[in-house]
Each structure stands twice: as structure tokens, then as C-alpha cells.
Unconditional design. Structure first.
Length: 176
């Protein structure tokens, strides 16, 4: 009863973890690296994780309290995974906080940029410029239009999902 909540994961936390596991699986789809030329680097993966997390957060925005809790659980899981990744890469405990702050700032900057790019739709120039600056910062931007189409397909696929599916941690992504 009272103590159950301390020994059992909250349902929303579990749903955030399930959604993030789906993000990781989708972001690791080989076609994203092979067909779209996304660099298979720490930075390239960070950008793909970020865009997929953003797409889910965007879909859940304004959908009520439960969706807000699920969004927060997804975001918390994402940050926890970034923290774990830094530690696995050998970043010292004293440096993790500083690096997490930079990653958090980068994430929020990207959120604002994606919101702006989506607000400009159907014009895709802003989205393509954003993907060029972030995903393809190290080169390979000849695939930016294709990746932009992929992002818009994923956004459309998530829009078609019933909210209840997302709140249960089930996101169905479109094909890469």
C-alpha cells in the first residue's frame, strides 16, 4: 500500500523507459547511417536520439496531465542514458556535471530549433538547415533532404498513433 510506491516503479517511469528503448532501436536503424549518411559517431547518434526524443515530446505536448508525466519520464530516461554513456566513456565524476549541462543546453537549443522548423512547414528549408548544422555538422549533408523527409514521415507516423498507445510506452515508428 503506502510502501508499494517506493518498491515498485511508477507506471509513467516505465512508459518513459519503454519509449526511450524504442527511440534507441529506431535511432540505431542501419539505414539511417547507410542510406542517409548520418555519421556513425557519438555526435551522430546523439543527434538521432535527440530528434526522435523530440518527435515523441512534440506528439505528447498538450495532450493532458498523463502525457505530460510520460514526456517527463521520457526526458528523464534520456538524460539518465546520456549520463550513463558519459561515465562509460570514462568521463570522470567531477566532469560529468559540466558535460551534462552542455548536453542539456544542446538539447534545449535543438528543441527550440525543431519547434521553429516545424512551425515553418510546409516550407522545409529551416528543417534542412537545422539538420545540416546538427546531424551533418561533420559532413555528408548531401543527404539532408532525404533525412528531412524521414523526420517528417516519422512525425506523421506518430501523429497517426492513438495517444493511449504512447501513454502505454508503444511508439510505432515508420520505416527508415
Amino acid at each position: 500500500m503506502f510502501l508499494d510506491r517506493f518498491f515498485r516503479p511508477r507506471a509513467t517511469l516505465a512508459m518513459g523507459q519503454k519509449l526511450y528503448a524504442g527511440v534507441v532501436a529506431q535511432a540505431r536503424t542501419p539505414a539511417l547511417y547507410e542510406a542517409y549518411g548520418v555519421p556513425d559517431t557519438v555526435e551522430g547518434r546523439f543527434e538521432l536520439y535527440t530528434v526522435h526524443v523530440f518527435l515523441l515530446l512534440d506528439r505528447l505536448r498538450g495532450q493532458g496531465a498523463r502525457a505530460g508525466e510520460t514526456s517527463q519520464a521520457l526526458f528523464d530516461t534520456y538524460l539518465g542514458a546520456l549520463d550513463d554513456a558519459l561515465r562509460e566513456m570514462g568521463v570522470g565524476d567531477l566532469s560529468v556535471g559540466k558535460k551534462m549541462r552542455k548536453l542539456g543546453e544542446a538539447f534545449y537549443g535543438r528543441v527550440k530549433s525543431y519547434e521553429s522548423a516545424f512551425a515553418a512547414l510546409p516550407q522545409t528549408d529551416h528543417l534542412h538547415a537545422l539538420l545540416g548544422r546538427t546531424v551533418y555538422a561533420q559532413g555528408g549533408a548531401e543527404h539532408v533532404a532525404e533525412l528531412g523527409e524521414y523526420v517528417l514521415r516519422q512525425r506523421a507516423a506518430l501523429a497517426q498513433l492513438k495517444l493511449e498507445s504512447l501513454l502505454e510506452g508503444r511508439a510505432k515508428w515508420g520505416a527508415a
